[in-house]
Design a protein around this ligand. Structure first.
Ligand code: DC
Length: 228
């Protein structure tokens, strides 16, 4: 392996369980967990807070220079800091999910975050999750995983998660299913860095297996890579 640090790229659609699984692997191996979706979400919080529409590519391009984005780790938990404000608790609403999916289509937004993501992976052993980690961000990742699950299963997981966080904000299982399908479509069909499995990714369908089984499969695949 040519890279200095080990990196595990975990990609897949919304609600597939990337974050929970990536966090577990990171904890198990003592690696740094990097949630790249949170970076798109943090920028969205900033734009929405300034009344800038997610679709307004020009205004977003212009105001990107006013955003100072920092990532801070407290007890291995990632916090997103926008112009000095910790916006971590605002990242998971449905409005922010939707805006993040829209702004992530824009070249200016992606290239700004790409640099940050690569710098982080060059600084420690990492588990990084997102949509294009194995294909674009870390094409030389030690291990690439692509998680899938049926849309219905993903919507139910998201519904439960929002319910537990008290962040349903009037959303129903039906509206979440619709949002997930829309986001899947946008994330997979955009021109730049669309959601897709890298040719050398290990594909795991998480619909009918437990998080522990997914974790075990990833750890086995990692061991194989490291030994090879
Ligand atoms: O993983 P997530 O749901 O927190 O991501 C939010 C949005 O950000 C998602 O709809 C697509 C975008 N995203 C992306 O385009 N590339 C990444 N590496 C991570 C997220």
């Amino acid at each position: 392996m040519s890279e200095k640090y080990i990196s595990i790229a975990i990609d897949g659609p919304s609600g597939v369980g990337k974050t929970s699984i990536a966090k577990k692997i990171a904890r198990e191996k003592g690696y740094l967990y990097i949630d790249t979706g949170a970076m798109f979400r943090a920028l969205s919080v900033y734009f929405l807070g300034r009344g800038i529409k997610a679709e307004d590519e020009e205004a977003i391009g212009r105001s990107l220079k006013d955003v100072h984005l920092d990532i801070r780790y407290e007890d291995r938990t990632q916090h997103m800091i926008v112009n000095g404000e910790d916006v971590t608790s605002k990242l998971r609403t449905e409005a922010v999910s939707r805006a993040a999916s829209v702004i992530s289509q824009f070249r200016t937004v992606r290239s700004r975050l790409l640099e940050m993501q690569r710098e982080l992976a060059a600084s420690a052993d990492t588990v990084m999750d997102g949509r294009d980690i194995g294909t674009v961000v870390l094409p030389n990742a030690t291990l690439k995983i692509f998680l899938t699950a049926r849309p219905k299963v993903r919507a139910e997981r998201r519904y439960k998660q929002l319910l537990e966080l008290g962040q349903l904000d009037g959303a129903t299982l039906e509206s979440i299913t619709k949002d997930i399908e829309e986001r899947d479509y946008r994330d997979s069909h955009r021109e730049i860095a669309p959601l897709k499995a890298a040719d050398d990714a290990v594909i795991i369908d998480t619909s009918d297996i437990s998080i522990e089984e997914v974790e075990a499969a990833i750890l086995r695949a990692l061991q194989n890579k490291i030994n090879s």
